[in-house]
Ligand binder design. Structure first.
Ligand SMILES: Cc1ncc(COP(=O)(O)O)c(C=O)c1O
Length: 330
């Protein structure tokens, strides 16, 4: 790739662009094993909070070196849950970096708290510990450093400030899976560390997030918060042959991406029934058609709009499905 010499005029100022096309927004590496793993889940009874979620959490915790990992529907939901687990409320402030994506400060606002910016170090663009210390007030509850562009924040002095004032450090490591700080992997250093699995991050689950922590009390609150504040998960109750549960806190549905996936699946099925009513089973519809469509979510908005507005005939819906599936299956 050619690099624009410093003397040359930038493309934005009328100079020669260094490439013809914009860089792609995201490009993923999804192989057959990944696809098969999703298919296995779709064929199982557990499309949400099933065994695979637990397996992923365990593997993730082991890899970053933390005791607990709790997964979420996005890095944003994970940040929100971490702010909740830290006990951040409307009376509290959280000191954070102005060099970040909006979700970092938004998690403080979701809890009704006040985000307070401290300046960054010019060399790393990460929270400057001295500036952070100067922003501590009696209302400060949390310090929320960001590992900007994958470079871990200077965690040791930040943890010292937290220790001195009894604060919780939530590290926004959404850019920094695999990053190391003084020989330790990010994920086991701050009180809670947050990761994102959005497609432009290091690994992806479509959308997804994780909080890692070494503290059991935080892990328990995070698990409850993501599941309506319910004291146990459905699979635990089923395994134990138990029906009883309690709502112990006001939680959210923070694994909703999975449930959205399920409802999309159901939407598809009603479309499929429509198709079957007008088309006899045909060898041209591969058996894996259904999953292929669900997996790739091709043009779901077009489909939903078409079916709900009933502007197109069931026959056309069937043709549309088949085109999508055949395209996906190659
Ligand atoms: C620093 C930072 N924090 C949080 C997020 C939010 O993650 P998600 O997109 O998974 O909600 C992002 C996403 O780009 C981010 O860059």
């Amino acid at each position: 790739m050619s690099v624009t010499p410093a003397s040359e005029v930038l493309a934005i100022n009328g100079g020669r662009p260094v490439r013809k096309m914009l860089l792609p927004y995201g490009r993923q590496s999804v192989d057959e094993d990944d696809i098969q793993a999703v298919v296995d889940v779709l064929r199982s009874d557990w499309l949400t909070t099933g065994a695979k979620v637990g397996e992923f959490e365990e593997a993730f915790a082991a890899w970053v070196g933390a005791k607990h990992a709790v997964s979420f529907s996005s890095g944003t939901a994970a940040l929100h849950a971490a702010a909740f687990a830290a006990g951040l409320t409307a009376d509290d402030e959280a000191i954070t970096s102005p060099m970040t994506f909006a979700a970092t400060a938004n998690c403080v606002l979701y809890q009704g708290g006040t985000p307070v910016s401290a300046d960054v170090s010019p060399d790393t663009l990460n929270l400057d510990p001295e500036q952070t210390a100067s922003r501590v007030t009696p209302r400060t509850k949390v310090i929320l450093p960001v590992d900007y562009a994958g470079h871990p924040a200077d965690l040791e002095p930040i943890l010292e400030i937290a220790e001195r004032h009894g604060l919780v450090v939530i590290e926004d490591a959404c850019h920094a899976l695999g990053g190391e700080y003084r020989g330790r992997r990010v994920g086991d250093i701050a009180h809670m560390t947050v990761f994102s699995f959005h497609p432009v991050k290091h690994i992806t689950t479509g959308e997804g997030g994780m909080v890692t922590t070494t503290r059991r009390d935080f892990a328990e609150t995070l698990r409850r918060f993501r599941n309506h504040g319910i004291s146990s998960e459905a699979r635990q109750r089923q395994t134990a042959g138990q029906w009883y549960y309690e709502m112990v806190l006001l939680g959210l549905r923070a694994l909703w991406e999975f449930s959205r996936f399920t409802s999309w699946n159901q939407t598809f099925r009603s479309g499929d029934k429509l198709r079957r009513a007008t088309h006899p089973p045909s060898a041209k519809f591969p058996e894996s058609f259904h999953r292929a469509f669900v997996l790739t979510r091709i043009r779901r908005s077009i489909y939903i709009r078409s079916v709900s507005s009933r502007k197109i005939s069931p026959r056309a819906v069937g043709r549309f499905f088949r085109r999508c599936a055949l395209k996906t299956l190659g």
